[in-house]
Ligand binder design. Structure first.
Ligand code: HSE
Length: 427
């Protein structure tokens, strides 16, 4: 064997970064693999510029017997899924950054890989540059994983950071994040929490050896977070972050992606802009924290090239695929706790008319539904508005189903001017 050959499918932002690292660190990579690593062909369905080593059809690249590893960086569901599956069936090992395909087709991808005795590496699919897949899969392999919690989306974290630091509206911060170039081609995937849910599904499937599906995750994005909420959260000593969380308790697994109030003293509060962080609790190790750039060209490319290096080493010594990379047992079932059966403290914001008896009415409905109030705060409205005055309440830990019932009843009261807002408090 003279060199390990790579077929690259998808020559966008990350693909270009991968080529750059392979060129810049060529010698270093060769010394780490023991053989040179070379790009043998690049396919892009919509090339915007001339590409050297260009192969117009990905099918030809996959059929090329000289290619050892196919790197899929197209994104989206199709043809990315087909590229991954047909590469495995053609006897190639695969590196992908595609969280959407992995989360949706976990079973198909990993049963095909196992049947064909090939490997799929996917470090770049979760938290960009951070080696959390390898960390969880290998570094923490001795542990029973009890909790995974993280800031897993750079775009929303960028927006929330800008809203917090500059007191700007969501829409202004969104434009800035888009300009910075982290957002998915469909930014609603970022904003509605779907990107975070895909990543949480991957981490959870890896941690618990069973396929956790995105629809099993209670998912809310950040579009309901206002400048006002950021301001009130700060008054109580919190910052708002989009948190993906999976917790395994005696009743089963609870899974959520939602905006949360995080205490300013918590490490997550200091995770800013496109940075991501993941905290994992293992029974033997306790808490482990991963931190780094979660989005952007070179951070994602760093993870892809590291995967290429580990795979290339195994291809070189003929061991690639002899043992599967991940633990996955399709027959293993895990109980998922319904979102309305989970517990937690919450931040509530109401817009109510400012007259005697309003607070007691709201508090009365909460009490009737067994929601206990920890703190109350009211301020004159920031702009004179017909929406009434903001009333903020923090609750003690409460059943989520009871809370939602209470909020529905409160929203029906004539004294309430707009739909109430609730975000979980993470302590
Ligand atoms: N759109 C993603 C993010 C890119 O903002 O985190 C990395 O997956």
């Amino acid at each position: 064997m003279k060199s390990i050959k790579i077929g690259l499918v998808g020559y966008g932002t990350v693909g270009k970064g991968v080529v750059k690292i392979l060129e810049q660190n060529r010698r270093l990579i060769e010394s780490r693999v023991g053989y040179p690593v070379e790009i043998a062909g690049i396919c892009d369905v919509r090339p915007v510029e001339p590409i050297s080593l260009y192969v117009p059809r990905y099918q030809d690249l996959i059929a090329n017997p000289a290619i050892d590893i196919v790197v899929e960086l197209i994104g989206g569901y199709e043809p990315a899924r087909t590229v991954i599956l047909s590469s495995l069936k053609a006897g190639k090992n695969v590196v992908t950054a595609n969280k959407a395909v992995l989360a949706k087709y976990w079973n198909e991808v990993f049963t095909t890989a196992r049947a064909r005795k090939k490997l799929v590496y996917f470090e770049a699919s979760v938290a960009g540059a951070i080696p959390v897949i390898q960390g969880l899969n290998e570094g923490l392999a001795a542990n029973r994983i009890e909790k995974i919690s993280g800031i897993l989306n750079g775009t929303t974290n960028y927006i929330l950071t800008e809203m917090t630091k500059k007191s700007i509206d969501f829409s202004v911060a969104l434009k800035q994040a888009q300009k910075a170039g982290f957002a998915e081609s469909d930014p609603s995937f970022d904003l509605e929490g779907i990107d975070t849910a895909n990543k949480l599904a991957i981490l959870s499937s890896l941690a618990w050896g069973s396929w956790i599906k995105v629809p099993q995750i209670y998912t809310r994005g950040i579009t309901a977070v206002t400048k006002e909420d950021v301001y009130f959260a700060a008054k109580f000593g919190y910052v708002i972050k989009l948190i993906g969380q999976a917790h395994r308790g005696p009743r089963g697994l609870s899974l959520s992606v939602q905006p949360c109030l995080v205490p300013k003293r918590h490490a997550f509060a200091a995770v800013e802009k496109e940075y991501n962080a993941v905290e994992i609790h293992g029974d033997a190790v306790g808490d482990v924290m991963f931190y780094g750039k979660g989005a952007g060209q070179m951070p994602a490319a760093s993870a892809v090239v590291s995967d290429i290096i580990f795979l290339a080493r195994q291809v070189a010594n003929g061991t690639a695929g002899q043992v599967p990379y991940i633990t996955y047992d399709p027959s293993q079932k895990i109980n998922i706790i319904a979102p309305n059966k989970t517990e937690g403290a919450h931040y509530l914001r109401f817009h109510a008319v400012d007259k005697p008896g309003v607070l007691s009415k709201i508090a009365g409905v909460l009490g009737k539904h067994a929601v206990s109030i920890a703190r109350v705060y009211q301020e004159e409205p920031h702009n004179s508005s017909k929406r009434g005055v903001p009333v903020i309440m923090l609750t003690h830990s409460t059943n989520h189903g009871d809370l939602l019932k209470a909020l529905k009843a409160i929203d029906a009261l004539p004294i309430v001017k707009s739909k109430s807002i609730q975000f979980k408090i993470e302590d």
